[in-house]
Design a protein around this ligand. Structure first.
Ligand SMILES: C[S@@+](CC[C@H](N)C(=O)[O-])C[C@H]1O[C@@H](n2cnc3c(N)ncnc32)[C@H](O)[C@@H]1O
Length: 247
């Protein structure tokens, strides 16, 4: 399944009220949104039809989130869904997650693009291929190690995979507090040491299976934000996607 079809299905299932997109380019992924949306990109050039009220910012995500009120365009309310697809370098992706989570609902969903490079060249920090994931992939071991409270589900979408992050904690400062040590340990020089399990996609979930699971349903409805959401998400993931999600 193409990543845009997966995103479209998620928008339909979740019916988010506020959507954040970091990295807009031609507006293809923004085109699937039907809710109040914020798009951030220093160099967007919209070619796709947009179908909703969109606030576009021609700036970097770092600059945008340094503003005093990043939620002002969405009425001061946090995001329900965020898509991180901006600068494909590890430190940028990590900062984008820190900022996206901080401005999301606990029942929100953050999705990374490009976490599953198909080869080492595609993952290079110094771009040498036309299709480029860059080194976003270390976000997988970093979230597993520093944020075991989050539920992360890697999805086998074409072309370069998605990572769903659920059970958010907008108050967490763990990643920000350990930012320098994380970058020092996980940012590697080219050629990238992409782990074989990422290249082989051994641990990923079929997109149809994720969409057919009750995970997304747990994020909507009146109980979605209640205290034990993380536990319910983990139980559902273990039941429908496999016992590894109980770890
Ligand atoms: C892969 S494209 C986004 C594609 C779009 N999400 C889609 O699927 O249709 C990546 C975009 O990130 C933008 N970008 C680069 N650096 C950025 C930054 N620091 N903050 C936000 N966007 C950035 C680029 O200008 C580029 O348009």
């Amino acid at each position: 399944m193409d990543y845009l079809d997966f995103l479209r299905s998620l928008h339909q299932r979740l019916e988010p009220q506020r959507y954040l997109e970091i990295g807009v380019r031609w507006g293809q992924s923004l085109g699937v949104s039907r809710c109040l949306s914020v798009g951030i990109d220093p160099a967007f050039s919209i070619e796709s039809e947009l179908h909703t009220e969109v606030h576009l910012y021609r700036t970097t995500s770092d600059e945008y989130f340094a503003r005093p009120e990043p939620l002002a365009p969405v009425g001061g309310e946090p995001f329900d869904l965020a898509f991180i697809d901006g600068m494909h370098l590890f430190e940028f992706a990590l900062r984008d997650f820190i900022n996206a989570e901080r401005h999301s609902r606990p029942s929100g969903l953050v999705i990374f693009d490009d976490v599953l490079p198909r080869n080492v060249d595609e993952a290079a920090r110094d771009r040498i291929t036309s299709a480029w994931t860059g080194d976003v992939y270390p976000i997988l071991p970093v979230l597993a190690r520093y944020r075991p409270d989050l539920l992360t589900v890697a999805v086998d979408t074409a072309p370069t995979g998605l990572l769903m992050v659920l059970g958010l904690d907008p108050t967490s400062t763990v990643l920000a507090d350990h930012y320098d040590e994380i970058i020092a340990e996980y940012r590697a020089a080219d050629p990238q040491p992409v782990p074989p399990e990422i290249l082989d996609r051994t641990f990923v979930q079929a997109p149809e299976r994720v969409l057919g699971s009750p995970l997304v349903d747990l994020l909507v409805g009146p109980d979605a934000g209640s205290g034990d959401l993380a536990a319910r998400l983990r139980t559902a993931a273990a039941e429908y996607l496999g016992p590894a999600y109980l770890d």
